[in-house]
Design a binder for this molecule. Structure first.
Ligand SMILES: [Zn+2]
Length: 243
């Protein structure tokens, strides 16, 4: 009898754990990346159920009925083409409280879509542009940089348990970040803009933008992984009051 009860308990526990998993959709395409080590990182996260989508078809998935199971959309793509209907579908997802996390080169997507700048809370400029009535030069990048990461919001759920550290990654310079976002991580490295990670709330959704994340050096960095998980968990809870 004891054995039966124990097995039953195991079944209940494991199904509860499966239900607890956060379902995310990772969107790639339009920019090269180290696919194998990227997938390996996602596979190592037991708390996540990871679904993948790739352009050119990914933009067709932003319909509410296709996103029912997804808690958070994670963008690791870099594309410019998007139809007016697809734009509206993406905004609809935010209105229903679907959390979003934007990683690295996704900061350079949809340069012609002004509202995407508001959604991400910043932009990597592929060429000189006018934003918020100011003229900005094109952004820059530099590979293989030891980036000192400073945690400026230590009491935030996204940075919980993290200490300042050095991340070997690509630095993005001259990116433009909106003044009304909450900046969580910064650097003073000259190859990078000051803002490394920020979050904000738009419509009913929580949005996190993580500037770093070029290759396996970031994917395998334990602090980067912790940051990513905590960003996803925070974005998932879009229905709770903003923090
Ligand atoms: Zn890169």
């Amino acid at each position: 009898m004891k054995i039966i009860i124990t097995s039953l308990l195991v079944v209940i526990l494991s199904s509860a754990q499966a239900m607890d998993k956060t379902h995310i959709l990772v969107i790639t395409g339009g920019h090269t990346y180290e696919q194998e080590s990227f997938r390996k990182m996602w596979d190592s996260f037991n708390e996540l159920e990871v679904h993948y989508a790739e352009h050119p078809n990914a933009n067709d998935l932003y319909a509410l009925e296709k996103m029912k199971r997804i808690d958070v959309l994670v963008f690791y793509d870099m594309v410019q083409e998007i139809t007016p209907d697809q734009k509206q579908a993406l905004v609809n997802l935010l209105q229903t409280g679907k959390g979003m996390v934007f990683l690295h080169h996704s900061l350079a997507s949809y340069q012609e879509w002004d509202h995407f700048f508001d959604i991400v809370g910043g932009r990597y400029l592929l060429k000189a542009q006018t934003l918020m009535n100011n003229s900005y030069p094109a952004s820059t990048y530099q590979h293989d940089v030891n980036i000192p990461v400073n945690i400026v919001k230590k009491d935030h759920p996204i940075t919980k348990g993290l200490q300042n550290w050095t991340l070997y990654d690509e630095g993005y310079g001259n990116i433009v970040v909106k003044p009304d976002v909450t900046v969580l991580l910064t650097t003073d490295h000259p190859a990078s803009s000051r803002e490394l990670v920020w979050c904000h709330k738009l419509y009913n959704a929580r949005i996190v933008t993580i500037q770093p994340g070029h290759d396996h050096h970031a994917y395998e960095d334990k602090n980067y992984q912790k940051l990513l998980i905590q960003a996803i968990e925070w974005a998932k809870n879009s229905k709770t009051p903003s923090q």
